[in-house]
Structure formats: structure tokens, C-alpha cells
Ligand binder design. Structure first.
Ligand SMILES: [Zn+2]
Length: 388
């Protein structure tokens, strides 16, 4: 850890020398990632409970009051419930696993792992897994009783990285704001509100991870730059030029995280085909075969073919990501929810809601619908005209 710190100091010194010679290439790259992230459109924040319900997935409520004193029981911070002292920043170390995939994976695997966090974020959305008024198990016993913790998902392009850190930093800023904390950097004396997992390992102990430093370095980025970005979003909130996230914490849903130490990252992510999906070749030709709705597929990453995104499901076979992970759409009008026979269920979404739909449009009787997943085991739809 000390060697690594010394090394980063040397790099910083080298950058300073280069800068003074007027060739500040590394410096320029840093500045530009933050200047782009400051302009990024911030993605929506979802409660995992709502997403799981909508997708028909039952969730393992790990950090539940019902667990009493058992494993996974609730605990407050050292200064009390609702009194975190800052935020710990993590990254998942799992290439191309989305926040949605991470949330589902953790939901079904927490019994095998001993860590979980408050939120997972990628370039598309932020999914809040648990109530930030209570602690989680992300970075050892010292940090867990002090800080909110968030996982950043790995993405594969610079543009997506920029959006993902903007989502991460703006949510962190909103948490500081919500709890009456000001941005300050972690320190050896234990003060500070913005901590990397690496800072926790260096200054508090009880854990030995060094994330997110290595992942940030891949993009020519640093924890110090990220700290500046959090400050930028915090100042926007503090000066009233931006709306804070509602910070609403619904029922406490907590989901565990893959251990980055004991478990090597998998080369595929298991996902469920939400609709019956044609299987395509690498060139986008239909192979004549299909994956049935509800079947699990192993996804080895994504591929763009003729402007459409596909999951690589192995053996040269591809399915549309739209049929598996769906996409998030905004509702331009109040949308009644229909069953598979085109009858209203009595429920609706409100205008402006952002919901996930799977596949294209479906015809039922005379009307066109979008498929929204399952509710109580039954398929639910909205009229396609409600989607902007
Ligand atoms: Zn970590």
C-alpha cells in the first residue's frame, strides 16, 4: 500500500514536470473526463425492490428487521441510525456487468458472500439496494459502521465511463447533502467524508482491497479527480442549481456483492430471456432458432450488429439485449397496465414514470402493447402509445 502511494506521488510529480514543459497530455486527459462528466445527463435512480417486483423476481431481503439478531440483521452507524459520516467508493471488478445484472446476481447469491452495499451504478441507472440510514458490509468493520457504500460497474467505452462516474458522483453528492455532510477527502487521521475502498484499507484497516484505483487508472483517471467531481455536484446542489435526488429509501433491500478476493470474475453473466427471442448469427442473420421466454442464457458480453445491440450467448449465437435486459422508457401519458388478454388490471403507471420494457411491440386483439415484465407471476403490458 505504501509502495503504491509512493509510486502515485512519483507519477504526480512526473506529470507536474511534464505540465511545466507545456506537454501536459496526462493532465489534459484528466481535465477532460471531468469536464465531460460535469455536463452529462444524470441517469434515473431506482429502488431495487421496485425493479425486482416489476421483473417478477422475488428478492432476498438480506438486511431485514425480520432477521432480528441473525446474519444479515440491521445495524445503525456508530453515531446512530441515519447518521453516516461519508461514502466509500467501490468498483465491481467484473467487466461489462451492468448495475441491473449485478443487482440480480447479488439478490440470488448473498448467502455465499459476506459483503453488500447500498447502491450499484453504471452508465444507465443507479439501483439503490438498501436503506442508507443503516450500515452495510462493504469495507471491513471500521468503515461499515461509519459510511454509505456504493459500487461502480465496469464499462467498456470512455463515453460510458464518463456517464457512469457522473451518475456515481452526483448520487454521492446528494447523499452528503441529505445527511448534512460536506465533501472532504479521507485522511490518515480518520477524518473525511469521501473514501475509496483503498483509503479504508490504508487508514482504517479491517480490509485490504484497493479499488477503485486500478480501474480508474485504466481510463487515465484518479480518485482525486473523482473527488473533484463529487465536489462539483455538491456545489451545484448547495447552490440550488440542481435538484437533489429524493433520497427516498423504501423498504430496506440489501443484496450482497461478489467478493473480488475469493471469487474470480466469471467470463459470462447469466441472464433470463424475458421474451421468446430469435437467435442470430454474428452478422445478424436469424438462425431459425429461438430462446424461449424464461430461459437463462449465458451472456459473454455485448456486440453491435447493424446498429442493434446483442448479447453474445456463446457458440457464435446472439440475442437482442432488448429481449433480455430490456430498456428504460419514459411514459408520455398515464399508462394503464394490462394483462396478457388485453384487459386492464386496475393498476397504472403515472405520466413521466421511467419503466423498463422488453422486446418490441406486441399485438393483442386490435391494439399494440409493450411488455413490462411480470407482476405476481403474470405478464403485464402497457399500450405502446404511452411510450414517448
Ligand atoms: Zn471495494
Amino acid at each position: 500500500m505504501h509502495r503504491k502511494k509512493a509510486l502515485s506521488k512519483m507519477i504526480a510529480a512526473a506529470v507536474a514536470v511534464v505540465a511545466s514543459l507545456g506537454m501536459a497530455k496526462a493532465n489534459t486527459a484528466y481535465a477532460s473526463i471531468n469536464s465531460e462528466a460535469e455536463q452529462a445527463a444524470i441517469s434515473p435512480v431506482y429502488q431495487a425492490s421496485a425493479l425486482f417486483r416489476q421483473a417478477g423476481i422475488s428478492y432476498n431481503q438480506f438486511n431485514s428487521p425480520a432477521n432480528g439478531r441473525k446474519y444479515g440483521s440491521r445495524f445503525g452507524y456508530r453515531f446512530g441510525i441515519g447518521r453516516p459520516e461519508g461514502v466509500v467508493i467501490h468498483e465491481t471488478a467484473t467487466p461489462n456487468a451492468s448495475a441491473w445484472a449485478e443487482a440480480r446476481y447479488f439478490n440470488s447469491n448473498w448467502q455465499n458472500a459476506y459483503t453488500y452495499v447500498h447502491a450499484v451504478v453504471d452508465d444507465q441507472e443507479l439501483i439503490q439496494l438498501s436503506d442508507t440510514n443503516y450500515g452495510v458490509w462493504g469495507a471491513g468493520v471500521q468503515a461499515n459502521k461509519r459510511f454509505i457504500q456504493i459500487e461502480l460497474c465496469r464499462v467498456n467505452t470512455r463515453a460510458r465511463f464518463v456517464r457512469s462516474i457522473a451518475n456515481d458522483a452526483s448520487w454521492i453528492a446528494s447523499m452528503l447533502y441529505k445527511y448534512g455532510l460536506k465533501p472532504s477527502r479521507a485522511s490518515a487521521s480518520g477524518t473525511g467524508t469521501i473514501w475509496s475502498h483503498h483509503d479504508v484499507s490504508s487508514y482504517l484497516g479491517g480490509t485490504d482491497h484497493v479499488d477503485p484505483d486500478t480501474y480508474f487508472e485504466q481510463w487515465g483517471y484518479s480518485m482525486d479527480e473523482f473527488y473533484s467531481l463529487v465536489k462539483y455536484y455538491y456545489n451545484r446542489l448547495a447552490h440550488g442549481t440542481s435538484t437533489a435526488y429524493s433520497g427516498k429509501t423504501s423498504a430496506s433491500i440489501t443484496v450482497s456483492r461478489r467478493s473480488t478476493v475469493t471469487q474470480a470474475p466469471k467470463s459470462y453473466v447469466k441472464r433470463t430471456a424475458m421474451t421468446t427471442s430469435r437467435i442470430y448469427s454474428a452478422y445478424g442473420w436469424w438462425t431459425g432458432k429461438r430462446v424461449k421466454a424464461g430461459r437463462a442464457v449465458k451472456c459473454y458480453g455485448t456486440r453491435w450488429i447493424n446498429g442493434k445491440q446483442y448479447y453474445d450467448i456463446g457458440s457464435g449465437r446472439y440475442v437482442r439485449t432488448l429481449n433480455v435486459s430490456g430498456k428504460i422508457v419514459a411514459l408520455r401519458s398515464k399508462a394503464y397496465i394490462y394483462n396478457g388478454r388485453g384487459r386492464r388490471t386496475g393498476w397504472h403507471y403515472n405520466r413521466g414514470n421511467r419503466i423498463r420494457v422488453y422486446g418490441g411491440t406486441f399485438s393483442i386483439a386490435r391494439h399494440k402493447y409493450r411488455f413490462c415484465g411480470f407482476s405476481g407471476g403474470s405478464k403485464i403490458y402497457i399500450r405502446s402509445g404511452n411510450v414517448a
